[in-house]
Write a protein that binds this ligand. Structure first.
Ligand code: SF4
Length: 354
C-alpha cells in the first residue's frame, strides 16, 4: 500500500464505483478515491493531479445546472402528486451558483422511519457512516475492505420511496430512485443505485430496524425519457464483486502505475486533457487507432510499453515470430494484431499501410 502517512485513507464513493463501470479505467478509480487534500502529497496522492474545478469548465457547469434543474422539477412534480405532507425533504439550498435539494441527515431519516405514519418519499438522504466508525468498519469488513486504508464518502440517493406492506405486520419496503438528466438511464446509473442499496441495507440492519427492508429487487432511474424500473440484483452482485475482489488491488497500485487507456469515452472524463497529453508525450499504446484497453494491457504485460516498440517489431529480423506470439495474447490481438502493427508503424513514419 503506497501510504506516506498512517492516517492517509482513500475515500470510496458511489460516483467512483459508477465511473469505473462507465470508463473501465483503473487509473480513474485510483485517482478519484484520493481525497482532494491529499492529491499531489507524498503517500496515496503522489502522482495524482488536483481536481479540475467544475466551475472552470463551462460545459460541465452547464451540465450540472441542467441536472440540478431537472432534479428540482421532478421533486416539485412528486410533491404535487403525493402532497407535501407525504414528502419529506430538507428544502433546497443555493451555493456557488447551484440550487440543489438540501441533504437530509441520516439521523433525521431514521427518526422519520420511526414515526407512526410514514411518508411516501424522502429526498436526498445523506448516508454518511464516517460519524459512526464502528458501523463504517462493519460495512467495509463485510466486503473484505481494509478500514485502515479506506473510508466511505457520503452517499446521497436522490429519493427513497416508502412502500406500504402488502399485508398487516409485513415490513415496509424502501425503493431507491435517482434522477438523471441524461436522455436515458445507463448501466453506471444502475451501478450507483446498487451501491446505495447495499449501504442502505447495512444502515437498517445496524439500526435494528426489522419492520423496514430495502427493495433489493427493483430500483428506478428517472431520466428525460421517463422512469426506468430495472432489476437491481445483477448490479448488486457486480458491485459486491467489485468491492470484494477488485477495489483493494486497485487501491494498492501506485497511482502512476494504474492502467489507463485513452479512447473516445475519455471525452467526458475530467482528466481527458491530462491523459491525452501524457499518452502523446510518452508514445503510449493507446494512440494506436482503435486498439482496445485490454490489448494495451496484454501488450504491456508482454513488455511492449509504447507504440514505437510495437512498430519496431515489424522491422526486426524475428518479425514473423514475434507477431505470431503477440497475436496469441488475446482474441482481439489475434484478429486485429496486424492492423495495430500497421497503425503503430504509421505513427512512426506517417505512411498509411493497407
Ligand atoms: S481520461 Fe480516460 S484514461 Fe484518463 S483517467 Fe479518464 S477515463 Fe482514464
Amino acid at each position: 500500500m503506497p501510504t506516506g502517512s498512517e492516517r492517509q485513507k482513500f475515500r470510496l464513493t458511489a460516483s467512483a464505483i459508477a465511473a469505473h463501470t462507465k470508463h473501465r479505467c483503473d487509473r480513474l478509480f485510483r485517482w478519484q478515491t484520493v481525497p482532494a487534500l491529499l492529491r499531489g502529497q507524498a503517500g496515496i496522492g503522489w502522482n495524482v493531479p488536483k481536481r479540475e474545478r467544475a466551475a472552470s469548465r463551462p460545459a460541465i457547469r452547464l451540465l450540472m445546472a441542467g441536472g440540478d434543474e431537472f432534479e428540482l422539477n421532478q421533486v416539485c412534480d412528486l410533491i404535487a402528486s403525493v402532497g407535501e405532507d407525504r414528502f419529506v425533504s430538507a428544502g433546497e439550498v443555493t451555493e456557488n451558483g447551484r440550487t440543489q435539494v438540501t441533504e437530509l441527515p441520516l439521523e433525521t431519516f431514521l427518526a422519520t422511519l420511526h414515526a407512526p405514519i410514514l411518508p411516501a418519499f424522502i429526498a436526498q438522504v445523506a448516508i454518511n457512516l464516517t460519524s459512526d466508525p464502528e458501523s463504517e468498519r462493519a460495512f467495509l469488513a463485510h466486503f473484505d475492505l481494509d478500514a485502515d486504508a479506506l473510508q466511505l464518502g457520503p452517499a446521497r440517493p436522490d429519493l427513497i420511496q416508502i412502500i406500504d406492506p402488502p399485508h398487516p405486520g409485513d415490513p415496509y419496503c424502501l425503493r431507491i430512485w435517482d434522477f438523471k438528466a441524461s436522455r436515458v438511464a445507463r448501466h453506471d446509473h444502475f451501478i450507483q443505485e446498487a451501491y446505495y442499496s447495499l449501504l442502505l441495507e447495512h444502515v437498517l440492519a445496524w439500526a435494528n430496524m426489522t419492520n423496514i427492508q430495502v427493495d433489493v429487487e427493483t430500483a428506478i432511474i428517472r431520466s428525460r425519457k421517463g422512469d426506468e424500473v430495472f432489476e437491481l440484483q445483477p448490479y448488486r452482485r457486480a458491485v459486491s464483486d467489485f468491492l470484494r475482489n477488485r477495489a483493494m488491488p486497485l487501491l494498492s497500485t501506485p497511482a502512476v502505475d494504474a492502467h489507463y487507456h485513452v479512447c473516445d469515452h475519455c471525452i467526458t472524463c475530467e482528466y481527458a486533457d491530462h491523459c491525452r497529453a501524457e499518452a502523446d508525450a510518452g508514445t503510449d499504446l493507446s494512440r494506436i487507432a482503435y486498439i482496445s484497453s485490454e490489448s494495451k494491457r496484454r501488450l504491456k504485460q508482454a513488455g511492449i510499453l509504447t507504440h514505437r516498440e510495437l512498430a519496431r517489431i515489424a522491422t526486426g529480423s524475428a518479425a514473423a515470430t514475434q507477431l505470431s506470439t503477440l497475436r496469441e495474447l488475446s482474441h482481439d490481438l489475434t484478429v486485429h494484431g496486424v492492423r495495430y502493427l500497421a497503425s503503430a508503424q504509421a505513427l512512426e513514419d506517417g505512411r498509411v499501410r493497407r
